[in-house]
Design a protein around this ligand. Structure first.
Ligand code: FES
Length: 208
């Protein structure tokens, strides 16, 4: 072999080995650097994670004041269900029974899962539990039973409260007004006919 060829081969071999070796080192170095950066990022983000502080608040629910210690992130729905054991308003996430978490806030129908409990300080909260007093039930509940306005019943507490709010707002509501006022509630069982009959009968009570 000529001296020139030998030199070329040995140079090419050296370069290839060196290149591969260098590449491996570079990959390892990049991975280590990335991991180090991620570690720093996690450490920095964790250093900013301050545990939420519970605040002392008082909520007026169904006419009674409740002193509570609540973190700002707690919704009215979870406060009612978890802290006050008022489980009438339902926790629904899939939207198929939207409005099952309906309660009244200063007389207005609201979805309790969309409101923070701390926002309700100083307001009057009313849940479906307030519509029953021993054996006595509100006319809306009686109407739901009479007109078969429920099947599985999951949406029912929310619909009852929405109906109560609608009739409080418009005691002589027309069927179109009732439909509009109940528009924020959905029943996956399709019991609308009975619900509307109930609301309309109450709205027309005394009319003649
Ligand atoms: S979702 Fe079943 S009765 Fe409305």
């Amino acid at each position: 072999m000529k001296e020139h060829d030998q030199h070329q081969r040995s140079t090419a071999g050296f370069s290839r080995r060196q290149f591969l070796k260098g590449s491996g080192v570079a990959v390892a170095a990049t991975a280590m650097a990335t991991a180090a950066i991620e570690d720093v990022a996690v450490a920095e983000s964790e250093s900013h994670l301050v545990p939420a502080k519970a605040n002392a608040i008082t909520l007026n629910v169904n006419g009674k004041d409740y002193p509570l210690q609540l973190e700002p992130r707690v919704t009215l729905l979870h406060c009612l269900r978890d802290d006050l054991n008022l489980t009438g308003a339902k926790d629904v996430e899939d939207g198929s029974v939207a409005g099952a978490d309906t309660v009244l806030l200063d007389g207005k129908a609201v979805h309790a899962g969309t409101i923070f409990a701390v926002e309700c300080v100083g307001k009057k909260i009313r849940t479906v539990e307030s519509l029953r007093n021993g054996a006595q039930v509100d006319e809306v509940i009686a109407g739901f039973v009479k007109h078969d306005g429920l099947q599985c019943g999951y949406c029912t507490p929310g619909f009852v409260m929405a109906t109560r709010a609608a009739l409080d707002k418009k005691p002589h509501a027309t069927i179109d007004e009732i439909k509009h006022l109940l528009g924020g509630n959905i029943c996956r069982c399709g019991t609308y006919r009975g619900i509307l009959q109930c609301a309309l009968e109450i709205a027309q009570k005394g009319d003649a």
